[in-house]
Design a protein around this ligand. Structure first.
Ligand code: G3D
Length: 173
């Protein structure tokens, strides 16, 4: 991770319930660059190069309650929030909706654009982005810039496009 580059690389935070697919996604995107941070921090962080001139620093801050107090340290500098949801898991949509609402209520994230990744689109029972959007109550976030895209972290489908869109959202805000 080059120092000069990381300084100018916008910070993106990856969140979502456990099993949503965050580590799979990071492993796909950040080939060979995922670093385990110290156990006290417990986050994975990596650099994502979109093209020669554009990179994003992506933090997987997990979803565990025990980690929440630590989010504060990273949210300060966060330019976009990427919320990963398992679109095949109807039973946990409500829980995901609550988790998203809670994190967006953080003062540090007030102006931050949101990208929802409806992951696991490769599974036959996965919900459409329209359904996921309704389940997560996204239309209620009318004063926030948000987008939703489907992807498969496992197959590597839709990831590049999604993060290009994240970069555009950051530029617009
Ligand atoms: P997390 O980091 O958000 O907790 P993981 O989630 O990345 O550990 O993924 C949880 C499980 O979902 C893993 O399966 C992983 O392989 C699977 N998974 C992640 N993304 C996809 C996807 O796009 N499609 C499908 N079909 N599965 C996915 P295991 O079996 O290892 O628990």
């Amino acid at each position: 991770m080059g120092q000069g580059r990381s300084a100018s690389s916008p910070q993106v935070i990856l969140m979502g319930l456990d099993s949503a697919g965050k580590s799979t996604l990071l492993a796909h995107m950040l080939t060979g660059q995922v670093m385990e941070t110290s156990p006290t921090i417990g986050f994975n962080v990596g650099m994502l190069e979109l093209d020669k001139k554009t990179s994003l620093t992506v933090w997987d801050v997990g979803g565990q309650k025990s980690m929440r107090p630590n989010w504060k340290y990273y949210l300060d500098d966060c330019k976009a929030l990427v919320f990963v949801v398992d679109s095949s898991d109807r039973a946990r949509m409500q829980e995901a909706q609550k988790a998203l609402r809670r994190v967006l209520s953080d003062e540090n994230l007030r102006e931050v654009p949101l990208m929802v990744l409806a992951n696991k689109k490769d599974l036959p029972n996965s919900m459409t982005i329209r359904e996921v959007s309704t389940q997560l109550d996204l239309p209620s976030y009318s004063d926030r810039r948000w987008e939703i895209q489907a992807c498969s972290a496992l197959r590597g489908l839709g990831l590049q496009q999604a993060f290009m869109s994240v970069n555009k959202l950051i530029k617009k805000s």
